[in-house]
Write a protein that binds this ligand. Structure first.
Ligand code: G6P
Length: 440
């Protein structure tokens, strides 16, 4: 790898970009980023210029020689990149709002990455990511693709199984969010906490928690069960408490997203209420984004504004920048990432993506084998993996029956008939972004 690092961020006009820039600034000594290319589509040009302006001011304030390029020409940007990060949203927040609202009408959870919403986000996104991969094969064949685009697990699965590109790592802030949450609840420095993570994206469990290297799982579960500390969540997921006896029996710490599966009716009630009162999460985020971009326009702003922490993606830059830094410097530290299973979780196919603690080397992540998941968690994880595999196939082929199969086997969808009704309405609503389904 060349000494100076070239990073390309696709979806560079995202409101999250200042997080990433802050991460590169903080790590400049060990990760000398010389070029940062922020790429977007014509509809995102205004946002790209606003956020790009802030990125340039942040770098100038830090006094670092990082050149920021803003472009709508993805191919120009990709040439000879070392790392490509993807953080795009096909159809923007309007499409997410439809993913969240339509299922609710049928009595089904409407969520960005879970249930019917997750399926449709995958159907819209996977072909775009596979196109980016084609460009990368030609223009930067040695680069790593670091994907934050949701549904991150399904996207990683699709690239691993439907392209020849193997240098992909899917990244999510849920594990780091859980670690920070636990540290905060215990009032200790996050460095003192370790967690054995394993599962799938947005379906990851903490199998054990350690405090200063000593197992602390039972004590931690006891604390949450007794209500001494909150069970932890992200900004975008309501903090409903776990039933204490369930938690003690589970033998694993669930992630915030598990609420959609283990508390389906309560989460549905919460979502429906929120949708009627303040709007779905996408609608709330649209307002937050508007305010953030107003702040970003301020020529005197030279840091990442704290208001960005109102978004669910807090700490994601830390996760991304530490990952890139560890690959670049062959650090061999342990980080939770989405990567090819290769036997690390026995009950998941070898060629599928899992989210798991991995040793990060310059050749990429080496997942740390766990044997298998506890029996009570295994079935749900396998079912979601089957869903992701079928959904990825539907995204690639544009086959209606495959999409219906994916919708029906999702555990949040109660019947084949309802699955078909939701599928038909959503296919229509998202038609513009689903060219592969146009012949159905
Ligand atoms: C979580 C997830 C991310 C997701 C984000 C949404 O943190 O891990 O995958 O993108 O929330 O946050 P938002 O503020 O857009 O609702």
């Amino acid at each position: 790898m060349s000494k100076d690092v070239k990073i390309v961020t696709i979806g560079g006009g995202s409101s999250y970009t200042p997080e990433l820039v802050e991460g590169f600034i903080k790590r400049y000594d060990s990760l000398p980023v010389r070029e940062l290319w922020l790429v977007d589509i014509p509809e995102g040009q205004e946002k790209l210029e606003t956020v790009g302006g802030l990125a340039k001011r942040m770098i100038k304030e830090a006094g670092l020689p990082i050149d920021v390029h803003l472009t709508l020409d993805r191919r120009e940007a990709l040439k000879d990149a070392d790392f490509v990060t993807t953080q795009l949203r096909v159809g923007l927040l309007e499409a997410r709002a439809k993913d969240e609202r339509i299922p609710l009408k049928y009595g089904v959870i409407g969520q960005e990455t879970n249930g019917p919403g997750g399926l449709f986000k995958g159907l819209r996104t996977i072909p775009v990511i596979l196109d980016i991969v084609k460009d990368m094969e030609e223009l930067c064949p040695n680069a790593w693709l670091i994907n934050f685009t949701n549904p991150a697990g399904m996207v990683t699965e699709a690239v691993l199984r439907h392209s020849d590109w193997k240098k992909i790592i899917g990244l999510c802030n849920v594990p780091v969010g859980m670690k920070m949450g636990i540290a905060d609840q215990l009032g200790v420095d996050p460095e003192r906490i370790q967690i054995d993570f394993a599962g799938l994206n947005h379906m990851i469990y903490g199998l054990n928690v350690y405090l200063d290297g000593e197992i602390y799982t039972d004590q931690y579960i006891e604390k949450i069960a007794s209500g001494d500390v909150s069970s932890g969540t992200m900004r975008n997921i309501v903090d409903l408490k776990w039933e204490p006896d369930f938690l003690k029996a589970l033998q694993a710490i669930p992630c915030p997203y598990h609420r959609y599966y283990y508390k389906t009716s309560e989460m549905f009630e919460e979502e429906s209420k929120a949708a009627a009162e303040e709007g779905t999460r996408a609608e709330v985020v649209q307002k937050l984004e508007k305010d953030l971009f107003e702040l970003y326009k301020d020529e005197d702003l030279t840091i990442k504004p704290p208001q960005l922490e109102e978004r669910g993606g807090a700490y994601y830059s830390d996760a991304a920048c530490s990952l890139i830094d560890s690959i670049y410097n062959d650090r061999r530290d342990i980080q939770p990432v989405n990567t090819i299973n290769n036997g690390a979780i026995a009950s998941i196919p070898d060629d599928s993506a899992v989210e798991i603690n991995s040793v990060i080397t310059k050749e990429g992540p080496k997942p740390i084998a766990i044997g298998d998941l506890p029996v009570a968690t295994r079935g749900l994880v396998q079912q979601i993996k089957s869903f992701e595999r079928v959904a990825a196939e539907a995204a690639v082929t544009g086959n209606y029956q495959t999409a219906l199969l994916a919708m029906t086997i999702n555990p949040l969808v109660p019947s084949d008939i309802i699955a078909k009704e939701i599928l038909d309405e959503m296919l229509k609503a998202h038609q513009e972004y689903l060219p592969q389904f146009q012949n159905n």
